[in-house]
Ligand binder design. Structure first.
Ligand SMILES: Cc1cc2nc3c(=O)[nH]c(=O)nc-3n(C[C@H](O)[C@H](O)[C@H](O)COP(=O)(O)OP(=O)(O)OC[C@H]3O[C@@H](n4cnc5c(N)ncnc54)[C@H](O)[C@@H]3O)c2cc1C
Length: 434
């Protein structure tokens, strides 16, 4: 089985599809290596295992809304797209979504997945409670009031257990208007990054770092008495027709633009739920760093544009509000997220990643856990105040390391990636390029 991008083949020797919680508990307790797999949208081996994979599709009960507590209870394997439709049909919404709705809730929150919005936390900031199966097969329920264990488990990199259920904060449904602007001058972005990126509910900038202007601005605004989108956005002009973030691509797979109001779930993601690509022809990396350093970091990437541009499809610049989850890339930092969508040229991309990370190092970037990056545990540990606490907690939930894999060995425990990890990637690179 391959991941969505097709750049790696998982090594798992089998798939457990439990129909009951008891079957899952037994399977976890008996396994020597086991790992949940969601919708396989990660670009690295975080979801891999040399034991067995667990798919929760048979276990998921329907979502349940608790109006008194303003939460929805969902199975870990449910996708945001399915959940969004359910919530909308009951008059509710989530605070934000990622660029596409096809990803599973548990897989997304485990890696710190986020959308954009200077006041909006990552998707995991909606989590109010969860239930997971620990390595010994025991059921553990955690709520916000549980403190440390909860703050570690939500963005848990799959290292603490198999999440079977989550409770997410909900709010009354709302409408959003999406307008794309073209030609925002770098001068305006760098002069006041905060003013540009907070001018809307959710603002994303798309660029390849060449030229004097950012090619597109995607501005999503609440449709609650704010009126139509402004005729100018910091000097940029509204696009006359719907656009895809990649120049020249058809916008048919994109959510409606042109300032037409619509439900939150059909405007906050860039890509439509009905369009379901089973695999992709791209790779991704992303780095979150303190927003106060946004202009300086963007200057570094612009200086690297001769190296980046030949490998890039496009880069998306987003903002994310600070949170308190231990391994969240936005832990206690209002962040700018510098996302790079690469052409499927993994060897070349992996050559450039250390250079990017070196140039961004003064800003202490934290990579997206589900995307390609070069940093190892020695580099990452000082950037996460609770890194060591997390490792200790993971060891107490999983003393024999059955949820560990070579990715976690490298980025959490400072061990070299094993040979199998590299082999999983190498053949897929040539397949994607040929
Ligand atoms: C086209 C595309 C667009 C993307 N857009 C964004 C974006 O806008 N913003 C962003 O931040 N990221 C984005 N991503 C990255 C993506 O959101 C993350 O990689 C996310 O983890 C994907 O969820 P998944 O279910 O596919 O995870 P998987 O790859 O299946 O798993 C990821 C991790 O979660 C663990 N996991 C999965 N299910 C469970 C469970 N039930 N219990 C415990 N652990 C579990 C796995 O073991 C693994 O460690 C994008 C990826 C793609 C391919």
């Amino acid at each position: 089985m391959r991941n969505w991008a097709g750049n790696l083949e998982y090594k798992a020797g089998g798939m457990l599809r439990p129909a009951t919680l008891a079957q899952l508990q037994e399977g976890v307790a008996a396994a020597s290596r086991i790992k949940a797999v969601g919708t396989r949208h990660c670009f690295n081996t975080i979801a891999d295992t040399d034991g067995i994979h667990v798919n929760l599709d048979l276990l998921a009960g329907g979502p349940q809304i608790d109006t008194a507590r303003a939460v929805v209870r969902v199975g870990g394997g449910m996708s945001y797209g399915e959940l969004g439709r359910y919530l909308e049909s009951h008059g509710y919404a989530l605070h934000n979504l990622a660029s596409l709705p096809h990803i599973s809730v548990a897989g997304a929150v485990q890696t710190g997945t986020h959308g954009s919005g200077s006041k909006l936390g990552s998707l995991h900031t909606a989590v109010k409670g969860l239930q997971l199966i620990r390595a010994d097969g025991e059921v553990v329920r955690l709520q916000e009031s549980d403190g440390a264990d909860f703050l570690a488990a939500v963005v848990g990199l799959g290292a603490l257990g198999i999440i079977t259920e989550l409770e997410l904060a909900i709010e009354p449904s709302y409408a959003v208007r999406q307008q794309v602007y073209e030609g925002l001058l770098w001068e305006a972005v760098l002069a006041d990054f905060e003013a540009v990126t907070s001018d809307g509910y959710s603002v994303s900038l798309f660029t390849d770092y060449t030229g004097p202007a950012v090619s597109q601005v995607w501005r999503k605004a609440m449709d609650s008495g704010n009126g139509p989108a402004p005729k100018e956005f910091h000097g940029a002009k509204p696009a006359p027709s719907a656009l895809h973030p990649l120049p020249g691509m058809s916008a048919e797979n994109c959510t409606p633009q042109l300032d037409v109001p619509g439900p939150w779930l059909e405007r906050l993601p860039h890509f439509r739920h009905e369009f379901t690509p089973s695999n992709g022809n791209e790779l991704q990396s992303e780095y979150l760093l303190p927003r106060g350093h946004a202009a300086a970091a963007l200057r570094e990437l612009r200086a690297l544009s001769p190296v980046l541009a030949p490998l890039l499809f496009v880069s998306e610049i987003r903002t994310v509000a600070a949170d308190g989850f231990w391994l969240s890339p936005a832990f206690e930092r209002d962040s700018v997220a510098l996302h790079l969508t690469w052409k499927p040229m993994q060897q070349e991309v992996e050559t450039v990643l250390p250079l990017i990370e070196e140039r961004l190092a003064p800003f202490e970037p934290r990579p997206h856990w589900g995307k390609l990056f070069a940093a190892d545990a020695a580099t990452l540990a000082p950037r996460y105040p609770h890194f060591e606490n997390f490792r200790q907690l993971a060891a107490s939930y999983d003393p024999a390391g059955k949820f560990r894999n070579s990715f976690l060995d490298r980025v959490l425990h400072g061990l070299p990636a094993d040979r199998g990890d590299r082999e999983a990637t190498a053949p897929a690179v040539s397949a994607a390029v040929s």
